[in-house]
Design a protein around this ligand. Sequence first.
Ligand code: 13P
Length: 259
Amino acid sequence: MSTHNNQFYFFANWKMYLDFNEANILAHAIASEHKQFSANVKMAIFPNALSLYTAGQTLKDVGIAVGGQNVFWEDKGGYTGEISATMYQAAGCDYALVGHSERRHQFHETNHEVRQKMQAVLESGLTPVLCVGETLKEREDGKTEEVVEIQLRSALQDIVWPTDRELIIAYEPVWAISKGAGANEAGKHCDDVEAERVHKMIREFSAGLIKLDPVVLFGGSVRPPTTDYYLRQLNVNGILVGAASTQLESFMGILSNIK
Ligand code: 13P
């Protein structure tokens, strides 16, 4: 069993796939299926910042939390285009993604910046979802563990962890994430043995840094048929889904495969 406190986690990162109308329409469509939700699945959705508030009102009514996809570490000030963790918190968020690979690799976010964001998120009262994972080149060079350990250590070492906050880490091998504008193209397949190996390492390593048993989520082209394939693994507590969470049919398909 890979539940954490008897729950599986289904977190959905809508990235920049849906505009304001599309995000609100999908939020309503998902909410209207709430009779199919199950108490042992904890859900959170990360819409784009513009649709987060309105979609969040709809989703929270049916027990789905919302979160920000990226935060800035200062609370307020002359930082054109940025949104702080406290602003996300005030807009009704419970979570924030920190260190997503698309931030790290497309926007050159460093481990040091990820650490600053972790700190700001914790101080704002939100729960961070720390994303880690290696690139294809790093994997081919046999550096997966080394890269992930560096990401974990720089984000977590000596951080003061609030007692009311879960430690949630998403393992997202960069090479396994969906590609293309429509995101219909799956990334390379990460097999269950490899996912489990890295999840176990993440659990042990991060529990050594923060004295908590972490929730470890898998992300990388999860689709309805592969949901159970990953969740069956001992150290996979849930999934962080991008592309397949942006359409009602596949969102509900994933949910129905969790039970
Ligand atoms: P996909 O499910 O589209 O591969 O995205 C995974 C991810 O990056 C979630 O944060």
